[in-house]
Design a protein around this ligand. Structure first.
Ligand SMILES: C[S@@+](CC[C@H](N)C(=O)[O-])C[C@H]1O[C@@H](n2cnc3c(N)ncnc32)[C@H](O)[C@@H]1O
Length: 244
């Protein structure tokens, strides 16, 4: 099924059901762990992502693998209430976190958080101007299938924005991999009580393609004008791509 959950650094292919169960197990502490493990820099990464979306001037946006909804909330803040924003995820406990946060602020009343598996999106063809996905693509059971699903639901001229971990600059790799292997799982275990989920995180990050290789995969799925920008020594990258 899913060797990575038990044996760190043995990432094969994430299996959808196991991924969903793993996120269900950490949903209540996901945000805290996220901010703690990234030293808060994830706020900056999401800010850059949503600025790029704003520059594309979409009329509507779907945030896939939305989890606890932080990108969707940021999109609402930045784009304003005229732009429809919907979050989809296949893990109900993560969606419950998003809904709980939404209910704390009337400004988010019209945000929608629904069940949706990126392998088979519950959306019609050519229905949305922009799709965002942050720290989700890495977990896809079949990356090409997921990317082609996104292409299907985008309108012609629509844009995909992917925020994801990447392979950092060479000089930074030894420090970063040490952090991933020895520090992150321990801190995460304390924060969430689930070390295996963060062994999985470390393993998927180390095995994830470089930004140029991911750009090729996005092109292969049928996207055009693919651009990649690394952030924070390329710990993460944002890929933008267009549907012709
Ligand atoms: C690391 S979290 C990212 C959450 C959020 N986007 C963020 O930036 O914090 C990954 C999320 O992807 C979701 N996910 C993974 N594979 C998915 C799929 N095939 N379809 C829908 N959601 C998926 C998980 O349930 C989880 O909520």
């Amino acid at each position: 099924m899913y060797a990575s959950l038990n044996r760190p650094y043995q990432i094969i292919v994430p299996e959808g059901k196991a991924v969903s169960q793993m996120f269900a197990g950490i949903a209540g502490r996901y945000d805290v762990a996220n901010h703690l493990l990234s030293g808060g820099i994830d706020f900056y990464w999401r800010r850059v992502l949503t600025k790029m979306v704003q520059a594309a001037q979409p009329k509507d946006v779907v945030d896939l693998a939305t989890g606890s909804g932080d990108v969707a909330f940021k999109l609402r803040d930045r784009l304003g209430p005229e732009i429809a924003v919907k979050g989809l995820d296949f893990c109900e406990p993560m969606l419950d976190e998003a809904r709980r946060k939404k209910n704390t602020d009337p400004a988010y009343a019209d945000l929608q958080f629904d069940f949706g598996d990126c392998m088979q999106l519950p959306l019609p063809d050519s229905c949305v101007d922009a799709v965002t996905i942050s720290f989700g693509v890495r977990n896809f059971e079949d990356r090409q299938r997921g990317l082609k699903e996104i292409l299907r639901v985008l309108r012609p001229g629509g844009r995909l924005f992917v925020l994801e971990f990447s392979q950092p600059d060479k000089w930074f790799r030894p420090i970063y991999y040490c952090y991933l292997k020895y520090i992150l799982p321990v801190v995460a275990a304390i924060a969430t009580g689930d070390k295996s989920a963060y062994d999985y995180l470390a393993g998927t990050i180390e095995n994830f393609p470089t930004k140029n290789a991911l750009a090729e995969q996005i092109k292969l799925a049928g996207f055009e004008s693919v651009q990649a920008s690394g952030l924070t020594f390329s710990i993460v990258a944002i890929h933008q791509a267009c549907k012709a």
